[in-house]
Design a protein around this ligand. Structure first.
Ligand SMILES: [Zn+2]
Ligand SMILES: [Zn+2]
Length: 187
């Protein structure tokens, strides 16, 4: 779609949003059509055409004020929330915001213990505390990184071995499923 988008004869940029009306709008963006054929006067000021976007903005602002809201404050709040969205979750904050998820690769009984070999789905920091659960099952507050090798022989640094607090809980986990590591407070 992007590649085949026609160019606006006024500004030369691709016509995307109103591609279906390209011919109707004289091979222009709707806004370029409005400015070329409908808008009177300064393009930075509202005109008398009912479709004029500046006119629409004036209508909205007046209505906001009538309802007791300050249009500038509304815009400021929108800018803030957009900024917050753009700066959401990075590795540093993920560990507190979202519980790390693992894929259970193997359930290995070994010398009376049950090891859960699990692969971290997305890079995330985490630490184990007493009472931590994996997929709802309590695990010991320690883990190891088995020297698992990938298909090309490289160590797999995203694979961890957890130990179940109660070996009998092994029945509650299944290989191939995705589980969440939860801190005690979150359980
Ligand atoms: Zn244009
Ligand atoms: Zn106008």
């Amino acid at each position: 779609m992007d590649r085949s988008a026609p160019a606006c004869v006024r500004c030369g940029k691709p016509v995307l949003a109103n591609r279906q009306q390209y011919v109707l709008f004289e091979q222009r963006h709707w806004l370029c059509f409005h400015l070329d054929f409908e808008h009177q006067g300064d393009p930075d000021e509202p005109c008398s055409d009912p479709g004029c976007p500046w006119f629409h903005l004036d209508v909205f602002k007046a209505e906001l004020r009538r309802r007791g809201a300050d249009p500038d404050a509304v815009v400021a709040a929108a800018v803030q929330s957009r900024y917050a969205e753009a700066h959401r979750p990075t590795k540093a904050t993920t560990q507190r915001m979202a519980a790390p998820r693992f894929e259970v690769e193997q359930i290995l009984p070994f010398q009376g213990e049950v090891y859960i070999i699990a692969r971290l789905r997305e890079p995330a920091g985490f630490r184990l505390e007493p009472g931590c659960t994996l997929g709802g099952v309590t695990i010991r507050p320690w883990l190891t990184q088995p020297r698992a090798l990938g298909i090309s022989g490289e160590p797999r640094l995203d694979v961890y071995a957890f130990v179940l607090a109660d070996a009998a809980d092994a029945a509650r986990l299944s290989e191939g499923t995705e589980v969440e590591l939860s801190e005690p407070s979150a359980v």
